[in-house]
Structure formats: C-alpha cells, structure tokens
Design a protein around this ligand. Structure first.
Ligand code: ZN
Length: 402
C-alpha cells in the first residue's frame, strides 16, 4: 500500500462542511465507545451489536445523515483497532487504562472508505476532489498517483486541510550492491565506510532560531487573550515545520542508502546503556537516529536489502587498521593510532569498525607479528589523503560520491 498526502483548498462553505463531518465522526466514535463499554459491562463481547448501533444513532439523531454514511463505518474500525493495540500493549506488560472518549483536540481525521470520493484532474497538478455530502474541493496533486485509491482520509492540521490517499499500488524499491557500515555521530549526521559524510541538516537550526523567537513572543502574551492563542498557533507551526524538514531529510537519506546497498550495517544502539544526561548532545539526537533507523529498516525490508546490527562496543576506540585500543575523548576528531601510526577521521574509523564487525574481519595488522608493525608509512600516507578528502568535502552537498 502506498499513501499520498495532498493539500486541499476548500472554500469557506466546504471548510465548514469538512469541520462538521469531522465533528460528527468524533461524536460517532464516542457513541460507539460508550456502546462498547456497555457491552463489556454486561459481560458480552458482541462486535456486531456495536457495529449495528450506528443505525440506532442515525435514527435517534437525524443530523448524522449529513455525514456520508460510509464515513461513519471507519470510526467503528478505528475503535476496534485502538482496542486491539491497547490489548497488545497490555499483553506486552505495559500498564494501560481504558480507551478514552475523544475531545475536540484529539480528533483530527475522518475517512471515506472505498466509495463516496473521486478525483478529477483539471490541469497538470490541479485537481478536484469530489466528496459525497461535502462537495468538490480543490486539491493540489503534486505528484502522480499510482494504483487505485482505496481510501481517502481527511485531516485537519493547524487549520489546513489535507487528503491522505491510500492506494493499492505496490511500491517497487530496489537495492544496490554495496556493503556499507554507517556510523551515526554528533559532528556529522553520519559517515559511512566508503568515506561519504552527511552533515547535520542546517535548515533545522534555522527554524530553531525562529522557534525561540516565537516562544519568547508567546511568553509575553497575557493568559487567556486572543493574542496568546495566535502566538501559540505560531509556535505550533514552527514545530511542525521543523518536524517536516527533519522527516524529509531522514526519508531522503534512508532511501538513498537502501538504493545503493545490498547490506547496511549499523550499531545496535538498543544495547548501549547510554548515560542519559541533558547536557549530552547525543541525547538530543537520539530520537532522530531512532527514526532514521526505523526508516532504514522498513525501506530495506521492502527492497530486500539487509539491515544488520552489530555490537557497538569500542567501535570508536578501536583502530580499524590494526585493532589497537585507545581512549577517544569526544573532542578528538582524528583517530591517530599509537601502534600502527594511522591517522584518520574519527567517524570514518568507527564506520570501518562497524563494517569489519559485520564481515567478521579482524583488522589486518592485528594478526601479524609485532615486528611487521614497524614502518607502515605507505598505509599512513593513504589514510592522510583520506582525511584531506573528508576535509574538502565538508562544505559540499550532503550526498557526495554516489
Ligand atoms: Zn592502529
């Protein structure tokens, strides 16, 4: 299944209609939940009764006929899917409460399943989304849709409306032939064992400044005032912008690696008992890394590319050339080995170690007798060139090489 998100441009009447349907679907959801609670109280667990109660609702309150009938059905599915995930959590030993009734701020989408919608293209990217009972809304179809549309979900995000189209298309992802180790770091977003390095996305810093401004602005507004409400929306908008920039960056980066690789090797970060302190820049990056690894995982799976995880122990401290161990404080950018004399970028060294660990390769020189460790000028020269290559590339586009 492939999904697309397109912006909608409803006129005032259509926006009201969308809002009205959203509100009625919310009420329907809460009504169904109430039914479900009654069911479980009386000891019965009849899904059919809950499903059928939609008819009851419509008879009792005719305004529910304003909503496209099949838009109410997904609310039932949503309820049961929420119930299932709650039970799953419980099974996994999580402490969970009961399902809650949804307040206005917690209900942002409703769906048309199978029917009641149609998209008509007017110009290259301009289209009309016909929605039964709501009307014909302008939609920006910014990329071609593959497959048949199975469901349209309408979403309100900070006052803007979006249509999420779910199609039956099978995304055909392909993988490449490289086998790469990837080191996620603080100074670079990542460095791989081919020597490519990807800087941290700068646009996020830029928005972080805007966020600080907006938050300061918000703090100055009087509580309960209309201006405060506006300022709060402004803060939410910057947050959303940052979120989208970051996701865009992570999607493109993970897609790039899957496209180029047969196997991608990363550190298994779950098993590191990383000391959690707010002062550690690493912690701020954690969530972004976790999301990146998630994206790598599902993209790799759909392309048939292998994502391997290796033990991260000492990947920074080990010399990838000879296997020697040394301390590497965070400020030290170059790994210079006291044993074999190699000098290379710290993150590149880690990426090589990660790759070696997967391949089961012991660094070449570690296997040789100590006498051969004298006079490794040749390899050292080679690595110095590499460090220079990295230095030159630091300002270039994030995706260097392939
Ligand atoms: Zn060494």
């Amino acid at each position: 299944m492939l999904s697309y998100v397109f912006r909608l441009y409803p006129n005032r009447v259509q926006a009201l209609g969308l809002g009205r349907s959203l509100e009625l679907c919310r009420q329907a959801y809460n009504f169904l939940l109430e039914k479900l609670n009654q069911q479980s109280l009386s000891g019965k667990n009849d899904v059919g009764v809950v499903k059928h109660s939609i008819v009851e609702l419509k008879n009792a309150r005719p305004e529910f006929n304003e909503v496209y009938s099949k838009a109410l059905q997904p609310e039932c599915d949503r309820l049961f899917s929420n119930l299932r995930s709650l039970r799953q959590l419980k099974k996994n030993g999580k402490k969970v409460g009961a399902l809650r009734f949804k307040g206005k701020d917690w209900f942002k989408t409703f769906s048309y399943n199978q029917s009641g919608f149609r998209i008509e293209m007017v110009k290259s990217k301009k289209g009309i989304l016909h929605l039964s009972k709501i009307g014909s809304i302008k939609i920006k179809v910014h990329r071609p849709v593959e497959g048949r549309i199975k469901q349209v979900t309408l979403k309100n995000r900070l006052g803007k409306w979006f249509a999420i189209l779910i199609t039956d298309a099978n995304p055909k992802r392909v993988h490449g032939e490289k086998v790469l180790g990837i080191d996620l770091g603080i100074n670079n977003y990542l460095v791989d064992s081919d020597g490519n390095r990807v800087a941290h996305p700068h646009n996020i810093d830029k928005h972080a400044q805007r966020l600080a401004l907006a938050q300061r602005d918000l703090a100055r507004k009087n509580k309960g005032s209309g201006n405060r409400k506006k300022a709060r929306l402004a803060v939410a908008k910057v947050h959303e912008k940052i979120e989208r920039c970051r996701n865009d960056f992570l999607h493109k980066l993970s897609a790039k690696y899957v496209k180029g690789c047969r196997t991608i090797v990363v550190e298994d970060l779950d098993i590191v008992g990383m000391a959690r302190s707010a002062r550690n820049a690493r912690n701020i990056m954690d969530s972004s890394w976790a999301r990146f690894l998630q994206m790598l995982a599902y993209k790799a799976a759909s392309a048939g590319c292998e994502l391997a995880k290796v033990n991260p122990r000492n990947t920074t401290k080990t010399c990838s050339k000879c296997g020697n161990l040394r301390e590497m404080p965070l400020w030290q950018r170059i790994y210079s080995c006291g044993n074999c004399g190699v000098a290379m970028d710290r993150d590149y060294n880690s990426a090589m170690n990660i790759l070696h660990r997967f391949l089961g390769r012991v660094p070449a020189l570690a296997r040789e007798s100590p006498s051969t460790l004298v006079g490794q000028g040749g390899s050292m020269k080679q690595e110095t060139t590499f460090v220079e290559r990295l230095a030159v590339s630091s300002d270039a586009s994030p995706f260097r090489g392939w």
